[in-house]
Design a protein around this ligand. Structure first.
Ligand code: C2O
Length: 542
């Protein structure tokens, strides 16, 4: 195993997109940021130097960080922020993971521009379960804002309204041919006729689930979230923020240029969304001389095509039989969804949500508030009181019909910094139920420090008597981020084998900012965390 040393300087850099120059926050002046490529078993030592004027922290999305929560990165959960002028060195080892992950800022909306790919190859002499092509490309799907993303966030939080939608979707930081002033920079991948390539598709968009397809080419899905899948062919993939999908593509079409394209999957009724399309070009080498180089258009589903999204996710399976926990110690039921807080003065500039309300979001009616003066992990480890409470409810305080429009008064979340304790080694099932309050939406839920089996999903209300009988306990897919189907539910299982404080949240950052989050505390022994490594000396001071 190797140790990889990197220096990540978080710094502003002027870049031009959509005809305008903006100062954005980058790592090492790169946008998207540097790709990390390692092998399973390797270690990473990444010194992050904050040369920007914002507080920052970085998260290695999907890395398990076994017994090592200090390297996980979410601000105020496992560390305090790295202040301007400060630095912190993330040290971690890859233990039994391979495939495509990514890293991103985990501090307010900085991840809009601070992100990159994290590729884990198998150990030397250990093969991929598919024929690994010689050519591979990371494709980072993103969102571009014409304004400073932090100010978009601030405005949304101040007014209580939905945030401005982004001004473009992007592939590897480029909007592509269909946007103004973007044609020259469109991302191009050159292929030879007949060869197969691996695309590592990462949804790093801030607030948007996406459909992706390639003109006239099928994709064979081989992995999601750094876990292999039974290969299957598809014309379109649906990918939520936080998720990754690895596909093989064979250049088996007549030599020409073909668009690779992504656009929104969005079921939120009445919500404004950006219905534009980002493109890159798959271009065959050695076009016949008379061939028109105008790329062939890709077919994409309608923005609200839930059947296509569901058909895709329902095909995901682990390649072999996996050991799903069968006996459940912790049977949790979490409602996830948006809400609206009533305002006493609906004309106030702070009540610009629908009908003079403010947007909010919650899990089990608790709208998560990040601590301000300490991190939950440090407070937990050092026994500092007053930072969080360990009374997160395992069930919603009130059960109701989750399929309809529920009266606003029924569901006004309470604010709190609440965590739920799991006994180390216990087996956990969580059913995530979309409340459909305000609107039915697909919430991509990410659990830090873990991956989990996705054992079942469905539309409407979860039925605890009949639905578990249909769970897939044989070959369910393994993920770290799972879409709660729009107007439906999804069930996951895992063993709580990683002590620490681990954030679970919606990876749509506007929902996270409104409180769609909670924290698991997984402890070893009698309330202590003996097996967690001690905090590193350069952990940023709170
Ligand atoms: Cu990819 Cu909590 O994040």
């Amino acid at each position: 195993p190797k140790t990889h040393y990197h220096q990540f300087i978080v710094q502003p850099k002027p870049v031009k997109r959509l005809c305008k120059v903006h100062n954005i926050i980058t790592v090492n002046g790169q946008f998207p940021g540097p790709t990390l490529a390692v092998r399973d078993g390797d270690s990473l030592v990444i010194k992050v130097v904050n040369a920007a004027r914002y507080n920052v922290s970085l998260h290695w999305h999907g890395i398990r960080q076994l017994r090592n929560p200090w390297a996980d990165g979410p601000e105020f959960i496992t560390q305090c922020s790295i202040k301007p002028g400060g630095s912190y060195t993330y040290r971690f080892t890859i233990e039994g993971q391979e495939g495509t992950l990514w890293w991103h800022a985990h501090s307010r909306w900085l991840r809009a521009t601070v992100y990159g790919a994290l590729i884990i190859y198998p150990k030397l002499a250990s093969p991929h379960p598919f024929v690994m092509p010689k050519k591979e490309f990371p494709l980072l799907l993103g969102e571009w804002f014409d304004r400073d993303p932090i100010s978009v966030l601030r405005q949304a939080l101040f007014t209580g309204a939905a945030p401005n939608v982004s001004d473009a979707y992007t592939i590897n930081g480029q909007p592509g041919d269909f946007y103004i002033c973007s044609k020259k920079e469109t991302m191009r991948l050159a292929v030879n006729s007949g060869e197969t390539i691996l695309l590592r598709i990462i949804n790093s968009a801030l607030n948007q689930e996406l459909f992706f397809s390639i003109a006239n080419h099928q994709m064979t899905v081989v992995a999601v979230d750094a876990a292999y899948t039974k290969p299957f062919a598809t014309n379109v993939i649906m990918i939520g923020p936080g998720q990754t999908t690895d596909v093989l593509v064979t250049a088996n079409q007549p030599p020409a240029y073909y668009y690779m394209a992504a656009t929104a999957y969005n079921t939120a009724q009445n919500a404004p969304f950006d219905n534009t399309t980002t493109t890159a070009i798959l271009q065959y080498n050695n076009l016949p001389p008379q061939q028109n180089p105008r790329p062939i258009l890709a077919q994409l589903p309608n923005f609200n095509d839930t059947p296509t999204a569901t058909r895709f996710t329902d095909q995901l399976r682990s390649p072999h039989r996996v050991s799903v926990p069968l006996h459940i110690d912790e049977n949790l039921f979490f409602t996830v969804g948006l809400g609206l807080n009533n305002c006493t003065n609906p004309n106030s500039p702070r009540c610009q949500g629908p009908n003079g309300t403010r947007f909010t979001a919650s899990i089990n009616n608790v709208s998560f508030v990040f601590p301000k003066s300490n991190s939950i992990m440090q407070a937990y480890y050092q026994g500092v009181p007053g930072v969080f409470t360990a009374d997160f409810p395992p069930f919603p305080p009130l059960q109701f019909d989750y399929t309809g429009n529920v009266s606003r008064g029924l569901w006004q979340p309470r604010r709190g910094t609440k965590a739920y304790k799991l006994k180390y080694g216990s087996s956990v099932q969580i059913v995530l139920q979309d409340t459909s309050i305000v609107t039915p939406e697909n919430h991509p839920m990410h659990l830090h420090g873990y991956h989990f089996y996705v054992v079942g999903s469905g539309f409407g209300n979860f039925n605890p008597r009949t639905d578990p009988a249909r769970f897939n306990l044989i070959d369910p897919p393994v993920r770290n981020t799972i879409g709660t189907p729009t107007g439906g539910w999804v069930a996951i299982r895992f063993i709580a084998d990683n002590p620490g404080a681990w954030l679970m949240h919606c990876h749509i950052d506007s929902h996270l900012a409104w409180g769609l989050a909670m924290v698991f505390l997984v402890e070893n022994g009698e309330g202590e965390m003996q097996s967690v490594i001690p905090p590193p000396p350069d952990l940023p001071p709170c």
